[in-house]
Write a protein that binds this ligand. Structure first.
Ligand code: GLN
Length: 196
């Protein structure tokens, strides 16, 4: 589907790299700063940055209601790094999991690793971690797509996909491709429901 409208929350953090990859994958990216920007989005990315700041800015921009409506309508959401924290059960509650902030500690503030990612094919995916969280706890309905040193770092529940690393900072679009497939499927479903 060439014209999927994918919003990228552009309040703080590294949203521009996400819009580039989404465009490369054939989507129509849109930077989201106000509730009106959320109108008729097929999917939304909550990028990395600083989760406390992003949370506060969602509040001050009056975006929480629009984000919840998007989630409740079954429109896909991708949270990366700080975005994983913002979507977790202690924050917006879009996924039945809790992230531990800066989990890799001082020695491992930033690093890269090759991950096996469910749904991304056999080739390992190079992942960039920057003061990354990991998933401390998750419910039975949450699928773990990738782990690093025994800690889940990519998870999915229903229409919500989240990862602890920065898939927008490498040239490899496979993680975003998983998200685009979710967005395509969700839009097809919505189209069928509208016809029924
Ligand atoms: N450490 C940041 C936080 O806790 C997340 C870092 C990132 O998004 N790269 O919000």
């Amino acid at each position: 589907m060439a014209d999927l409208k994918v919003g990228v929350l552009a309040l703080q953090g590294d949203f521009a790299a996400h819009t580039d990859i989404l465009r490369r994958l054939g989507a129509e990216p849109r930077e989201v700063r106000t509730p009106a920007d959320m109108d008729r989005l097929d999917a939304l990315v909550i990028p990395g940055g600083e989760s406390t700041t992003i949370g506060k800015m969602i509040e001050s921009a009056g975006l929480e209601t629009a984000l919840r409506a998007h989630f409740e309508q079954g429109r896909p959401i991708l949270g990366t790094c700080a975005g994983l924290i913002v979507t977790d059960a202690d924050h917006l509650g879009f996924i039945d999991a809790t992230a531990k902030r800066n989990a890799f500690g001082r020695q491992l503030q930033s690093f890269e690793a090759d991950l096996e990612v469910e749904g991304a094919g056999d080739e390992p995916l190079r992942a960039v971690f920057i003061r990354a969280p990991w998933v401390e706890r998750h419910g039975a309905g949450v699928e773990v797509l990738a782990s690093y040193k025994g800690h889940p770092v990519a998870i999915r529940e229903g229409n919500v996909l989240a990862c602890a690393f920065h898939p927008e900072l490498t040239d490899d679009p496979r993680f975003h491709a998983i998200f685009m497939a979710m967005a395509t499927a969700a839009r097809e479903r919505a189209g069928e429901e509208a016809k029924a």
